[in-house]
Design a protein around this ligand. Structure first.
Ligand code: CO
Length: 137
């Protein structure tokens, strides 16, 4: 069952520049950066009351974020909902016709298990479902 909006992800062509923008212009506090090799993505997180902004940048210029930036430039990339039952929710959504970008969940940032649904399943929005490790939830 979906519990909360974990983060809103923004694709950025220049991670250092975007971090400065969110820190200096918007006054947000960087909580950390993390590379997610399975997604070939570098991330930076800015907590905002109850949720977080996740900046996503291609690790080594590759991967899905690299392709996204090439096609569309920087901008809103995905919504991530936290669930307490990832496999159950995926099964329920598949039964409703949702299409996922991988067969099974994969390791994401912060030790979460994550899976992405195709944007056509959710009115053009790329949706990530994340199940956080028990110790953090
Ligand atoms: Co995400």
């Amino acid at each position: 069952m979906i519990r909360r909006l974990d983060h809103i992800a923004v694709a950025v062509p220049d991670l250092a520049k975007a971090i400065r923008l969110y820190q200096d212009d918007l006054g947000l506090t960087l909580s950390g950066t993390e590379d997610v090799p399975t997604e070939k993505t570098s991330t930076a997180f800015f907590p905002v009351e109850g949720t977080r902004i996740e900046l996503v940048h291609p690790m080594g210029g590759e991967g899905p974020i690299g392709k996204y930036l090439e096609k569309r430039g920087g901008g809103l990339h995905h919504l991530c909902f936290e669930t307490d039952d990832l496999d159950g929710d995926v099964a329920t959504l598949r039964a409703k016709g949702w299409v996922f970008l991988s067969e099974a969940a994969r390791p994401g940032a912060h030790g979460a298990r994550v899976i992405f649904a195709h944007p056509r399943s959710c009115e053009g929005v790329l949706v990530e479902l994340a199940e956080l490790p028990r110790a953090h939830s």
